[in-house]
Design a protein around this ligand. Sequence first.
Ligand SMILES: Nc1ncnc2c1ncn2[C@@H]1O[C@H](COP(=O)(O)OP(=O)(O)OP(=O)(O)O)[C@@H](O)[C@H]1O
Ligand SMILES: [Mg+2]
Length: 307
Amino acid sequence: MSSDVFRTESEFSDLDARWGEFTSDESQPDPADAFVFQFHQVDEELGPDQRWTTWLDVERGSRGPDPRPDWVVTEQAAIDTELGILKTGKEADVFLLERAVDAIGDNPGKSSLLAAKRYRTEEHRTFHRSTAYVEGRRTRNSRDSRALAKKTAHGRGVAAGQWAYAEWDALCRLWKAGVPVPYPVQVDGTELLMEFIDDGEGGAAPRLAQVRPDKRLLDQYFEQVRDGMRELARAGLAHGDLSPYNVLAQGERIVMIDLPQVIDIVGNPKGMEFLLRDCHNMATWFTNRGLEVDEQELFADLLTMVF
Ligand SMILES: Nc1ncnc2c1ncn2[C@@H]1O[C@H](COP(=O)(O)OP(=O)(O)OP(=O)(O)O)[C@@H](O)[C@H]1O
Ligand SMILES: [Mg+2]
């Protein structure tokens, strides 16, 4: 899969040779031109599904929190390659992306798979999130607020970017709090890059709704879901759209995803309602799979974490 990303030895030496020829030329041109030459040589190797890493295009706060896992590729020479779509959703599409850097000299090459969640602008959506989610949420500047209100093209871009940023912010907070969520790698406008949760065989991990765990694993999954919800509640938050479709089953572990709408349990007028709905969705799934879970008990348990 990475064959088109990693340059072969011969391509490397070919490039080196051409560079050597160029720099040893008698009519040595301006070094600035030499740089342009080199840049073009490299640029030509980008395929239609590739781009240079966007890691350094974004400001520090738009890159993942510390301690940063060592699989995160931060090299400026890295290339992103599109590997296809994972799922089209109502407001966003999720793509599989490889970010990789070649081995150069003593530096070993490195590559990692990322899930790229790209939010769509409003006119491309099939579903509008309830305004209940956004109550109390502010835009960062007045140009953006006016654009949002007027629904200009810029405004639609701002709205999509705000959802991406909201999910980014939630992932960073929750990852730091130890909630099982994908590691947030970076956010850039309407695109959010995060850890790809795989199935151990190169594919995406299934949603909880698609698996039929045995009793032992079912118990383990429930404990992890409840612990995750407790951590969220300790931070004063409810997922807001928790269901067996927004929980991935990665082997023995579960990972919560799809968090742009996290709800402030106390600050949001419908906070309790959302929390109860999350409890209902999860309790129903576990009960149907054979583990009796009382949604009211779960709800009460979580409330003790909030207050
Ligand atoms: N980090 C990830 N690793 C692996 N797969 C992922 C990841 N994030 C999302 N997916 C896949 O993409 C699907 C859609 O992601 P998500 O739920 O975040 O987006 P959505 O637009 O809200 O989708 P939907 O409308 O279906 O809820 C997930 O159900 C999952 O299959
Ligand atoms: Mg979803």
